[in-house]
Structures are given as structure tokens and as C-alpha cells.
Ligand binder design. Structure first.
Ligand code: SAM
Ligand code: SF4
Ligand code: SF4
Length: 332
């Protein structure tokens, strides 16, 4: 029997589901939520853990292999470990991951691992306390570093660290962060700033291009592109030429778009399918589910929605307009 595969109308196989479990966040990253959270959606509009588990199991039966919990800050949703444990039981998920700002990861890493989480991706924009505070709105660099070490200790690995590089803030730190990757044998991923901030403060001038980031690291540590197919990976991956541990990933959606190989879809905390980060429309899987639809009706709905997946983003076109929902509401 051939493995199931969800396809969009451009023939791209959809293998990767990102599930936002909350819109809430305890950080105020200026590139994401500079003015704080929008009013909370009524609780009854949010998917319950049972609903998420059921929908994820359907997605997996259709060929989804990788599931990532995100937000907002996913660790703010009560007992996220319970959801992790439910999802870990679904056969067919090859990679169950969670993206977090790591505020309370040092206390909860062991519990997440025990619940069945495979690995974490952690956001860390600066190794300088004052820059960290200025970029995230909170003075907690030490806690985040403790969270990274705890995740390593309990084996939530391979750990990836995400840093959004923004001109005038942290572009001078890329080589220091590469040194951090070498020292701790982790993957450091540098991300171009995308127009998904709630403050609509994004400007092209602030985007530090992937090429510039590569050069910044190369000036201190020579990088060698990792062999093999990139596939649907968002990052181009590099190892250190001198054989040091650690890895560098560069995610350059603005200057080097990778939409042609996109395998991702997103489910928001209130149950909307987003077929692209920059979608202008959403598809209410929650309403379909709560209308009493059968499993096969839900499957037919999902398959139909996949056919509406956008071919690419239009950030570099003059007619580009930022989507109404921002990164913290979409699920990065
Ligand atoms: N709160 C968690 C965290 O920060 O890791 C998970 C959600 S956050 C929206 C997911 C990722 O999106 C983070 O790594 C963050 O750096 C990234 N992100 C947020 N806004 C962005 C933007 N405007 N451009 C590029 N990446 C962004
Ligand atoms: Fe919160 Fe993550 Fe957005 Fe920062 S990037 S404000 S931690 S959701
Ligand atoms: Fe996929 Fe849309 Fe991101 Fe392009 S912009 S990689 S189509 S989610």
C-alpha cells in the first residue's frame, strides 16, 4: 500500500503541520508583538486538547509526518504536557517538536521529554542581556540559557535555536552566536525579519539578508554547505569547515524564498487552517468539526482546503500587504 499524501494544486506534498495552541505570550518581541496582545478570543472558540488530538490524528492519516506545537507561547497553555502525551501516542508522527521562548523550560524540560516530546526549538535573539531585553521586552536571558541547557540535559534534541536578525539590533552578533553553537553543539538558525509583526513596523531596510548573515559568520568561522537535498527544509544548512560541533542554518524567506518546496500548513489556536504564513483567508476547521461532520467529511474538507494553498508569498511585490493576523496569532 502506498503511503497517503496530501497534495496542493501545485503538486507540493504537505507533510508538516504547525499547531498553535495559544495566542497568548509573556514576551513582547518587537518584531512580533510590540504593543502587547490583541484582546483574547473567547475561550469557547479555542480548540480543546481533545479536538486538537482528533484533528492531528486525521492530518497524520492523510500523510502529515511532522507536528510542531507553537503559538504565542505554547508553554502558557495549561498542562501542555498532557497534549504532548496525547499526540505522542499517534502512530505516524516521525517528529513531534515544540517552539518556545524557553521562559520556563528549565523547570519543565524533563516533563516534556517524559510526555513524549522529541525536541524543542528555542528563540534566542541575543547573547547580550541588554539587547535581549530590548528585543524581547523582558530581562530574562539567564532563564532562557538555563532552559537551553535543561533541554540538552534531558535529550530534547537536536535543539535548534532561532534568532531573528534585525538591522540595528543584533546583526553584529551572528559570529558570537555561531561560537555559541560550536561550544554547545547545537544548531543556530538565523532568520530574516518578515513583515508579520503586530506593530506593522517592518521595513525592508531592517532586513539583514541571508547573504549578509553568511558573510558575518564566515568572517570568523568558515562555513561549508551541508550536502544532500534541501527538500522542504526552510533553512540552508552549514557545518563548520574546521570540523567543530554545531551547525548553522540560514532562513531567508525574504531574499531567497523557498515557497516552491513548501510542505507546511498551520492550524491556529481557534481552529483555522492557514495554508500560508501570508494567507489572506482562513478556513474554519473548527466550525466543520463542531457542526458534527463525520471523519470522512472532515477529510474531504481538508483535502479541498489544501487545493487553495497559495503558490508563494508576495513580500517582494509592490502590491504586497501584510496579513491581518500576525506571527503570534498564526503560529510561527
Ligand atoms: N513564542 C515561541 C517562540 O518565540 O519561540 C513560539 C512562537 S514564535 C511566533 C515562533 C518563531 O517565530 C520564533 O522563533 C520567532 O522568532 C519567529 N518570529 C516571530 N515574528 C517574526 C518575524 N516578524 N519575522 C521572522 N520570524 C519571526
Ligand atoms: Fe512571544 Fe514568540 Fe512572538 Fe516573541 S516571537 S512575542 S516569544 S510569540
Ligand atoms: Fe510556504 Fe507561504 Fe512560507 Fe512560502 S510564504 S514557504 S508558501 S508558508
Amino acid at each position: 500500500m502506498t503511503a497517503p499524501v496530501l497534495k496542493d494544486s501545485y503538486g507540493r506534498a504537505i507533510r508538516d503541520l504547525r499547531v498553535s495552541v495559544t495566542d497568548r505570550c509573556n514576551f513582547r518581541c518587537f518584531y512580533c508583538l510590540p504593543h502587547g496582545e490583541p484582546p483574547a478570543a473567547p475561550k469557547e472558540l479555542m480548540l480543546t486538547y481533545e479536538e486538537i488530538e482528533y484533528l492531528v490524528s486525521i492530518f497524520v492519516s492523510l500523510g502529515i509526518e511532522k507536528v510542531r506545537l507553537t503559538g504565542g507561547e505554547p508553554m502558557l497553555r495549561r498542562d501542555i504536557e498532557t497534549l504532548v502525551a496525547k499526540l505522542a501516542q499517534i502512530p505516524g508522527i516521525t517528529d513531534l517538536a515544540l517552539t518556545t521562548n524557553a521562559f520556563n523550560l528549565h523547570e519543565r524540560a524533563a516533563g516534556l521529554k517524559a510526555a513524549g516530546l522529541d525536541r524543542v526549538t528555542i528563540s534566542l535573539d541575543s547573547l547580550k542581556p541588554e539587547v535581549f531585553k530590548q528585543m524581547t521586552g523582558v530581562d530574562v536571558l539567564d532563564r532562557v540559557l538555563a532552559g537551553i541547557h535543561a533541554a540538552q540535559r534531558v535529550g530534547l534534541t537536536p535543539i535548534k535555536i532561532n534568532a531573528v536578525i534585525v538591522r540595528g539590533h543584533n546583526e553584529d552578533e551572528v559570529a558570537d552566536m555561531a561560537a555559541f553553537a560550536r561550544e554547545h553543539d547545537i544548531t543556530m538558525r538565523f532568520i530574516e525579519y518578515m513583515p508579520l509583526d503586530s506593530g506593522h513596523g517592518w521595513s525592508r531596510e531592517q532586513v539583514v539578508s541571508g547573504a549578509e548573515i553568511r558573510q558575518g559568520v564566515n568572517e570568523r568561522f568558515l562555513l561549508v554547505a551541508k550536502g544532500g537535498e534541501r527538500g522542504s527544509d526552510t533553512s540552508t544548512r552549514y557545518r563548520f569547515a574546521d570540523g567543530a560541533p554545531g551547525e548553522i542554518g540560514i532562513i531567508a524567506p525574504v531574499t531567497e524564498p523557498f515557497c516552491g518546496a513548501c510542505s507546511r500548513i498551520r492550524l491556529t489556536a481557534d481552529g483555522q487552517i492557514r495554508t500560508c504564513l501570508f494567507s489572506k483567508v482562513e478556513h474554519s476547521l473548527r466550525d466543520v468539526l463542531r457542526s458534527g461532520a463525520t471523519r470522512s467529511e472532515i477529510i474531504a474538507y481538508i483535502e479541498g482546503v489544501m487545493l487553495k494553498k497559495e503558490p508563494r508569498h508576495y513580500i517582494n511585490e509592490t502590491f504586497f500587504e501584510q496579513p491581518a493576523r500576525t506571527m503570534s496569532l498564526i503560529g510561527g
